[in-house]
Design a protein around this ligand. Structure first.
Ligand SMILES: Cc1cc2nc3c(=O)[nH]c(=O)nc-3n(C[C@H](O)[C@H](O)[C@H](O)COP(=O)(O)OP(=O)(O)OC[C@H]3O[C@@H](n4cnc5c(N)ncnc54)[C@H](O)[C@@H]3O)c2cc1C
Length: 666
């Protein structure tokens, strides 16, 4: 049978469940380090723990070979500041991020990322990922260093963002993990962390999970656990048909790692922060429409009559040459680059962009829609690098964009590439495909917040570490996720070497097992997982969107609780896949509660967190210029105050490098 349609047409039914189901079977796995989430961060954690000689297992929701946001590739690696061509130091980069965010990002995590990002990229090269122009295709280009054959993006003078041929990065990590003997369990949905004595706040000693094909139950006993599951993409919007093509998120991104930590007693910060989810399915498929940002940075944009849109620097001064788009301007130390997990930039680090008044000029008729990317106006090297090397390696673009367009006859040497046609405000930023103009303002996403980690990338719970982009406070994008995974895996392994045996509480396991299979025992009239997910997202949009107050947040919490106790508790799963998705709905509710409780704790509005309390409208009152770590103790939310620069205060040293030397563990 070749296709789904042929099967359904011929047989008149949908296929039977193709795997043997055995809900009663319990598998016990004993390991030193358990990594939950086998994305780029998770595999790096696993590889680096295994390199230290300990036994490692990975529990992954999809298939580790291609799973996660980074599974389809990468074309530029941020934060490689110690590469031999870089003019930026880890201190400069960390301070630029920290100052741009006015302190609202984890400076220690940023420092670790920049201190080790280049070394991590070299590890990837050793695994078989191409990070240099080894075939001399771009010899002599301004963005290339002819000695090292490295190629750079965004800022050709400062040279800290490396262009890479990363379409195979995930399979290479996967091969390396297997080579090192990592025990990989694909298709698992974790349900809980196990804690010593079964008590919240105690040492983490493993996890339970359900296989979403066979339904079998897994009990992991681990001395150390690393959570690397990414963000919570389905919290404010659930529309898989749209999400499938249009989104930067991953359908498995349901905040499960955060929920596991929250229920075990781990501390989180800035979960009240976020922003409009402009990369939701309301925008366009990633990199599929003309734009001048990120992978396409610097591309000339012309209007329907061929008139070119001017560029401006960070201080809104015109940029007259094409080279100028790739260089810092007067008054700038260096350009940080975009897509690094920060939402604000001081002008001295901000990117060059299209003229900021483009929307007004379109309204006035000065530029006629549609707009187009005119790659023919670029130098040949730049053109081949962008529509070739970059689009050919970026996540989700190699086949859907590069190969499809090329096969259809698109030739960047002579053709124009059309931008989406939008309201003029959609052109306020050079990322036209990822604009939020078509997204309702209530569709938001948590952003910037996550597990609060120390200089070991450990949580407040003994035995529990975390890494990655969307999971932690201070995380970034692709290279940052690899690098934090590498560091956290190393620390988890060292801890595991001397840690006492993990002894899970049998009662906790039994309670968890009963809870995990609850949906398989309900009446078939119950709701399905999609309805529940839609309901969670609706509650979040209505009660915890951009504007909220004490009353809406408390109502939202009540509705989430009722949803859990009524529709979710009577929901039915007819196979292990549906069971996994319903278990994710529990996690989505947990994360929704975490976001609402964090929002209740902050009795002030905050511009950096894009957090607006209608009952506390004053923006950024100085008394609230502090983190509010929140955790659960006996199932009650407990918060405390923490200075923004806690990572440079006692018991830590006041200096980044001194702390790094003290804690890096190499
Ligand atoms: C199209 C696209 C292009 C991008 N391009 C770039 C780029 O060029 N440069 C850059 O710096 N960044 C880029 N990024 C961002 C970058 O890919 C991410 O920041 C990075 O992948 C995050 O790594 P991670 O390991 O934290 O998360 P992910 O790569 O998303 O991995 C998370 C893993 O956890 C698993 N998981 C989720 N839930 C569970 C669960 N319940 N149980 C077990 N496992 C679970 C997932 O299946 C996945 O394997 C891009 C992203 C996208 C989508």
């Amino acid at each position: 049978m070749a296709t789904w349609h042929e099967y359904v047409q011929k047989s008149g039914k949908v296929p039977d469940w193709p795997y043997p189901v055995n809900y009663a079977k319990v598998n016990e796995v004993i390991t030193d380090v358990l990594v939950i989430g086998g994305g780029v961060a998770g595999l790096q954690a696993a590889i680096n723990a295994a390199k230290r000689g300990v036994k490692v297992a990975v529990a992954e929701r999809g298939h580790t070979k291609r799973s996660g946001s980074g599974g389809a590739g990468v074309d530029h690696w941020h934060g490689a500041v110690t590469n031999p061509c870089s003019r930026v130091t880890p201190e400069m980069y960390t301070n630029a991020c920290y100052d741009s965010m006015q302190g609202w990002t984890g400076g220690h995590v940023r420092y670790i990322i920049t201190r080790e990002g280049w070394d991590t990229l070299l590890d990837c090269e050793r695994m078989g990922v191409q990070i240099r122009d080894v075939r001399d295709e771009f010899k002599g280009a301004e963005f290339r260093d002819d000695k090292t054959k490295l190629m750079f993006a965004y800022d050709y003078r400062s040279r800290h963002i490396v262009r890479v041929w990363g379409w195979n990065i995930k399979p290479k990590l996967y091969e390396e993990a297997r080579r090192l003997g990592v025990n990989i369990f694909n298709r698992l949905m974790p349900t809980a962390l196990l804690t010593a004595g079964g008590r919240q706040g105690n040492r983490v000693v493993g996890a339970t999970a359900v296989n979403t094909r066979t339904g079998e139950f897994y009990v992991f006993r681990s001395k150390a656990t690393v959570i690397c599951t990414g963000g919570a993409g389905r919290l404010y919007l659930f529309d898989p048909e749209m999400t499938a093509s249009g989104s930067m998120s991953d359908l498995n991104s349901a905040g499960v790692g955060q929920a596991l930590g929250w229920n075990a007693g781990a501390e989180f910060v800035c979960m009240e922060g976020g922003g409009q989810n402009r990369l939701s399915g309301y925008s366009y498929a990633p990199y599929s429409m003309a734009n001048a940002h990120n992978t396409y940075h610097g591309v000339p944009i012309v209007d329907a009559d061929g008139k070119e849109v001017p560029w401006a620097d960070a201080f809104n001064r015109p940029i007259t040459s094409q080279q100028g788009r790739f260089l810092p301007s007067e008054g700038q130390e260096f350009i940080l680059g975009e897509g690094i997990g920060i939402s604000r930039y001081l002008p001295q680090y901000r990117n060059n962009d299209l003229a900021r008044d483009l929307p007004e000029r379109i309204r006035r008729g000065e530029f006629k829609l549609p707009l187009y990317a005119d790659l023919t106006r670029l130098s040949e090297a730049e053109r081949r690098c962008i529509f070739g090397m970059m689009v050919g390696n970026e996540g989700k673009t190699r086949v859907p964009v590069y190969i499809t367009m090329t096969r259809a006859g698109f030739d960047p040497d002579k053709d124009l590439f059309q931008a989406p046609v939008m309201m003029p405000e959609g052109y306020a930023h050079a990322n036209f495909w990822g604009t939020g103009i078509n997204t309702p303002p209530t569709v938001r996403g948590p952003g910037g917040g996550g597990f609060l980690l120390d200089w070991n990338l450990r949580t407040n719970l003994e035995g529990l570490y975390a890494a990655a982009g969307g999971t932690i406070y201070g995380g970034g994008c692709h290279g940052e996720s690899h690098t934090t995974g590498r560091y956290a895996g190393r620390h988890a392994a060292e801890y595991a070497k001397t840690a006492p045996e993990p002894l899970p509480d049998r009662k906790q396991i039994e309670v968890e097992k009963t809870r995990a299979y609850h949906a398989t025992r309900q009446g078939q009239g119950g709701n399905g997982w999609k309805e529940i997910n839609v309901a969670v997202a609706r509650i979040m949009r209505d009660y915890c969107a951009q504007y909220k107050n004490e009353a809406t947040l408390n109502l939202g919490l009540r509705l989430l609780k009722e949803l859990r106790e009524t529709e979710l508790s009577s929901a039915f799963a007819s196979n292990p896949h549906e069971l996994g998705r319903l278990l994710e709905c529990h996690s989505l509710i947990d994360v929704g509660e975490l976001v609402m409780k964090s929002s209740l704790a902050r009795k002030a509005s905050n511009s950096i967190l894009d957090f607006r309390r209608l009952d506390y409208p004053e923006m950024d009152p100085p008394d609230w210029n502090k983190l509010l770590p929140v955790r659960q103790e006996n199932d009650k939310a407990v918060t405390r105050d923490l200075p923004l620069d806690f990572h440079l205060k006692a018991p830590y040293a006041a200096d980044y490098e001194e702390n790094y030397q003290r804690y890096c563990g190499v």
